[in-house]
Write a protein that binds this ligand. Structure first.
Ligand SMILES: [Zn+2]
Ligand SMILES: [Zn+2]
Length: 325
């Protein structure tokens, strides 16, 4: 089954955690966190339309300058989501430069600050030298972002400071039955994207499509499509070991096809983990197992384990694979 997006971590688990999510068949991509993104090639950088930042510790936000610089001449706005202080952090970054020569540049940034279930919208446009503009606020209605392919949800966790976890889910996945398509005498082609979009949007059965010189209705064509549950990924990092965080996380990441999660400390260093407000690898493995996650990808390891024979990955996987007693 082909999914509508693919995803990959950009860096090694000892470097900044960043996941690149590319929407297939469309020229757009998302980033989960905005740490070091120097490994992204220029073509992929240009595709980024939405960035979801967990919190603005330097290892999760230092890529802002690289991204903004590469998008200065792009017409498409950049949307940045993050915790309550994200607009202040973006403003602070922008104030670090002088902007007298960019007023004819097209870049616009829309920044969405999440404070529990309230989302505040702030914009920064090159044409006004990135002056901060308040665009109002609203209540989150179950999701943070949605388009006709994907839904992004978030929860606010504790890392001594607020820290957001994110999930990205396909609305649902539509498969085309190629042999039925052949029986209908119809070619594959770009019209199938319109057809899928119409199903997703719930268009009426009499909606017409012009295909290979014929006119067909959505109702007639509906048989060639089967609907499957879509892919879900979740991204969690920099979380304190508290019962509240862990119980809410298990529910939030439940049934993810892939969970990206920090495994900063080994469990033998749990005291250190508590004072640094991070999870241990063992706790990460437990969360993934309890949430019936299909694949666990651990990231964000403390440099202290670079030479260690026991790695956060092996500890997390051992716990993840353990059968429930
Ligand atoms: Zn971190
Ligand atoms: Zn942090």
């Amino acid at each position: 089954m082909k999914s509508s997006f693919v995803h990959r971590p950009l860096n090694s688990p000892f470097d900044d955690p960043v996941v690149f999510v590319r929407v297939l068949r469309e020229k757009r991509a998302f980033l989960l966190d905005l740490g070091d993104i120097s490994r992204l090639d220029p073509g992929d950088l240009q595709k980024i339309t939405h960035v979801f930042v967990t919190h603005t510790h330097i290892d999760h936000f230092i890529g802002f300058d690289t991204l903004m610089r590469s998008l200065l001449r792009r017409d498409l706005p950049l949307c940045i989501y993050g915790p309550a202080n994200i607009a202040d952090c973006v403003e602070g970054k922008l104030k670090g430069y002088t902007w007298n020569l960019i007023r004819d540049y097209p870049l616009r940034m829309d920044v969405f600050s999440v404070d529990h279930d309230i989302v505040r919208h702030t914009s920064f446009c090159a044409e006004s030298a990135f002056e901060r503009r308040d665009e109002g606020s609203g209540r989150m209605a179950g999701f943070l972002y949605r388009d006709d392919l994907l839904t992004v949800k978030t929860i606010q966790l504790d890392h001594q400071i607020p820290c957001l976890a994110y999930s990205i889910e396909e609305v649902f996945h539509i498969n085309i039955n190629k042999s039925l398509l052949k029986d209908f005498g119809l070619p594959v082609g770009p019209w199938l994207s319109d057809f899928k979009r119409a199903i997703r949007a719930g268009h009426p059965a009499e909606t017409e499509f012009a295909v290979a010189g014929r006119r067909l209705t959505l109702g007639e064509m509906r048989r060639i499509a089967t609907i499957a549950e879509g892919q879900k990924i979740a991204y969690v990092t920099d979380v304190s070991i508290t019962d509240d965080n862990i119980e809410r996380l298990v529910e939030f990441v439940r049934n993810s096809d892939t969970l990206y999660c920090e495994a900063y400390f080994l469990d033998r260093d749990i005291d250190r983990a508590r004072t640094r407000f991070h999870l241990t690898a063992k706790i990460t493995g437990t969360i993934a197992r309890r949430a019936a996650v299909r694949r666990l990808v651990v990231m964000h390891f403390s440099p202290r384990y670079r030479e260690s024979s026991e790695t956060p990955e092996s500890e997390a996987m051992r716990e993840f694979m353990r059968q429930n007693a």
